[in-house]
Write a protein that binds this ligand. Structure first.
Ligand code: NAG
Ligand code: NAG
Ligand code: NAG
Length: 655
């Protein structure tokens, strides 16, 4: 149920929300259409002597073709359209305004590899990206339209994929980078995991029939795909494989991952038939690896060292480990990036991402614990950063940056001097000026006194901060996902109308490190909901808004959050948007035939066990709808959504 929050769908939610706010004034004269009523068919479920009656169980139909169900869903859609009809014109206007801020023809900041610059080009009216390269200094070659793009070590060959169906199963073509001539037969039915092992071989991963990446293959150029060598087959179906090349390009790493465990194999590109174990599989131990000099660099998370530690071991004796950065309770290690003389560590501390860089000892000298790390400075008090592709041989670290007021920016940070240079900032059209906005961090006190971070943005001089401003509070809080404060062009339409926008960084997410997640899942899931309520109360007490102006939004697992807090505190909010909400937690998690159920018992709990059953029942939104005054709620569902079945939101509404 991991969702791509803030996708196009979300934009639509935003539009609908605005509508429901203006709805009261728009529709007060005309009579409201009658609310659709779903028929009731008693479905009795009994477990541990507990009886639940689900009158709307019949709404679930895996074939999605039952005419009675479709006609009920149609009634709900008609009702929504009729309720929203008063603001149709405003919706169109708003959509035009949001589109008008986006610059459609654009290219990414180029990255240099060898004698070429590589960059991406986004074209007006096209949904795909062009991968391009040009000779240094400048000589444009015709760009080709492709989905994935891997250049061989000597820059002479390119393996690229065409993603024609959007099903993430690719056909890879290998061409001469200079002439574009094909040099090998295409490789079919490959995942996006493909890497060069030197200049004459490719390693790639394929999937089994349930689309689980399960086999690693070695392909030598010129050979038929049918004679490729299978290097590894992951037979345990709770594990999936992935593949990554080291920054040095000398090693490939194959990861085998379940929800809580990740072990690694490695392969020297000079001897690509020889796949070896780097970190053995130990349940609950999660590792990732890189290569530098004569060493592997390993990030390792265990139950005790939950925020990860960083280790080094010699390539020729992987059991001889040295701790480079020890585990810390308050700093989580998220990622690492190696350079010929430096190491950049992506971390989280105090609810924000950070980057610390270290100068590494000369190759050949033994590794000791790393000292004297330098942290990178950022321009805003709260922000979001993303790792970017950099050149291994340089001392320049490239990263992407944005904040709730600063559009996406690409920086080149010199790890020797500590100076960051802005290479590119996304153009926002329509008179946008970032100095008009304020972004800040506040902390709400949860019921157990835990301090919950909140990110806030608003437009200066438009808001009064006296409790009369409207506010949209967003939350997610599951799967250790961090909702860092980043830039959203569409949000400006809200801010420029005097809205305050806030993100509640509640437990269940990963914003404050691994424990933040552990304390908001399984039998501690309710912390996620009470944290969100605490954030809402903080914003009201501190006059950012009032109950009459407080709107909330969440999608997928964040839609579960919406359902839960609406049942717990319907009095606290004016309006809510629940996008494809996961609201039928108990019934869904009791049904192992539904996709995601079995692998998600680690997140929500296995309700076939009594303790979990009663705990999940106590918050599962569909099981807790009561006759009480609810705020305005917009619930959306996707008939073909594989992550949250349409029947969950439909049942929530019917109840
Ligand atoms: C660009 O490269 C092509 C062939 O690689 C060459 O013929 C042409 O003269 C070059 N153009 C410029 C402007 O350097
Ligand atoms: C590898 O390292 C371990 C742990 O330090 C040591 O016991 C072992 O003797 C080493 N093996 C070799 C071949 O050097
Ligand atoms: C943005 O606003 C600031 C402060 O009002 C002003 O100094 C600056 O010139 C403006 N920038 C642009 C590009 O209009």
């Amino acid at each position: 149920m991991v969702c791509n929050h803030r996708c196009v769908g979300c934009l639509l939610c935003l539009l609908s929300l605005l509508c429901s706010l203006t709805m009261a004034t728009m529709t007060s004269q005309s009579p409201l259409p009658s609310t659709p009523v779903a028929k009731k068919v008693e479905h009795v479920m009994e477990m541990f002597g507990d009886v639940r009656v689900d009158n709307y169980y019949w709404l679930r139909d895996d074939s999605r073709s039952n005419p009675e169900i479709l006609s009920y869903l149609q009634l709900e859609n008609t009702y929504t359209h009729s309720i929203m009809s008063g603001t149709k014109f405003f919706e169109d206007e708003l959509f035009g305004e949001i589109k008008g801020r986006v610059k459609e023809d654009d290219i990414s900041a180029p990255i240099r590899r060898g004698q070429y610059y590589y960059y991406k080009r986004y074209l007006k009216g096209k949904e795909y990206v062009q991968y391009c390269r040009r000779l240094v200094p400048t000589n444009d070659t015709a760009p080709s339209v492709i989905a994935a793009f891997k250049v061989s070590m000597n820059n002479k060959l390119v393996a690229y994929a065409e993603d024609t169906k959007g099903d993430e199963i690719y056909t890879f073509y290998v061409i001469d980078a200079e002439t574009g001539a094909p040099v090998d037969k295409p490789l079919t039915a490959v995942t996006r995991y493909i890497e060069w092992a030197g200049d004459e071989a490719l390693v790639y991963i394929t999937m089994d029939e349930i689309l689980r990446p399960d086999k690693v293959w070695l392909h030598k150029l010129g050979n038929d795909q049918s004679s490729d060598i299978c290097l590894y087959h992951e037979k345990d179906d709770i594990f999936s494989l992935d593949l990554e090349a080291s920054e040095s390009k000398k090693f490939l790493f194959v990861g085998s991952e379940s929800k809580i465990t990740r072990s690694i194999f490695y392969l020297d590109v000079a001897k690509p038939e020889d796949l070896r174990v780097l970190t053995p599989r130990v349940v609950g131990v999660d590792t990732s690896a890189s290569h530098w000099g004569n060493h592997f660099i390993i990030r390792r998370r265990t139950d005790d060292f939950f925020n990860s530690e960083l280790l080094a071991c010699p390539v020729d004796n992987t059991s001889e480990t040295t701790v480079l950065i020890p585990h810390r309770e308050s700093v989580k290690i998220q990622g690492k990036q190696l350079f010929i003389e430096h190491l950049a560590v992506y971390e989280r501390e105090n609810g924000l991402p950070k980057i610390t860089t270290y100068r590494l000892p000369p190759v050949g000298e033994p590794f000791k614990s790393l000292q004297g790390g330098k942290t990178v400075d950022f321009v805003d008090p709260i922000y979001s950063i993303e790792q970017s592709e950099s050149q291994f041989s340089s001392s320049i670290l490239r990263f992407s940056y944005s904040s709730m007021k600063t559009p996406p920016s690409v920086y080149d940070h010199d790890m020797n001097t500590g100076i960051s240079v802005l290479k590119k900032i996304e153009t926002v059209l329509g008179g946008f000026n970032l100095s008009n906005y304020v972004t800040e961090r506040k902390w709400a006190s949860a019921s157990d006194a835990t301090q919950i971070p909140i990110s806030i943005v608003y437009r200066k001089n438009l808001v009064k901060l006296d409790g009369s401003d409207p506010l949209l509070l967003y939350g997610y809080g599951s799967y250790e996902i961090c909702i860092d404060p980043s830039f959203k062009t569409s949000r400006l339409s809200l801010l420029d109308r005097g809205f305050i926008y806030a993100i509640a960084h509640i437990r269940g997410g990963g914003e404050m490190g691994r424990q933040w997640y552990e304390n908001g899942k399984l039998l501690k899931k309710k912390n996620t909901f009470t944290d969100f309520i605490a954030c809402a109360e903080y914003l009201i007490e501190n006059r950012y808004c009032s109950k009459e102006k407080l709107c909330i939004e969440g999608r997928s697992a964040g839609g579960l959050l919406m359902g839960a807090v609406l049942n717990m505190r319907p009095d606290l909010f004016k309006a809510a948007v629940a996008g494809v909400p996961f609201v039928d937690v108990l019934t869904t998690m009791l049904d192992p035939t539904i996709p995601l159920t079995t692998e998600e018992w680690e997140e929500w709990g296995d309700p076939r066990k009594k303790e979990f059953y009663f705990y999940m029942k106590s918050y599962s939104p569909v099981d807790n709808v009561k006759a009480q005054n609810y705020p305005n709620i917009l619930v959306t569902a996707g008939l073909n959504d594989p992550r949250v079945m349409y029947s969950e939101p439909a049942k929530f509404v019917a109840n």
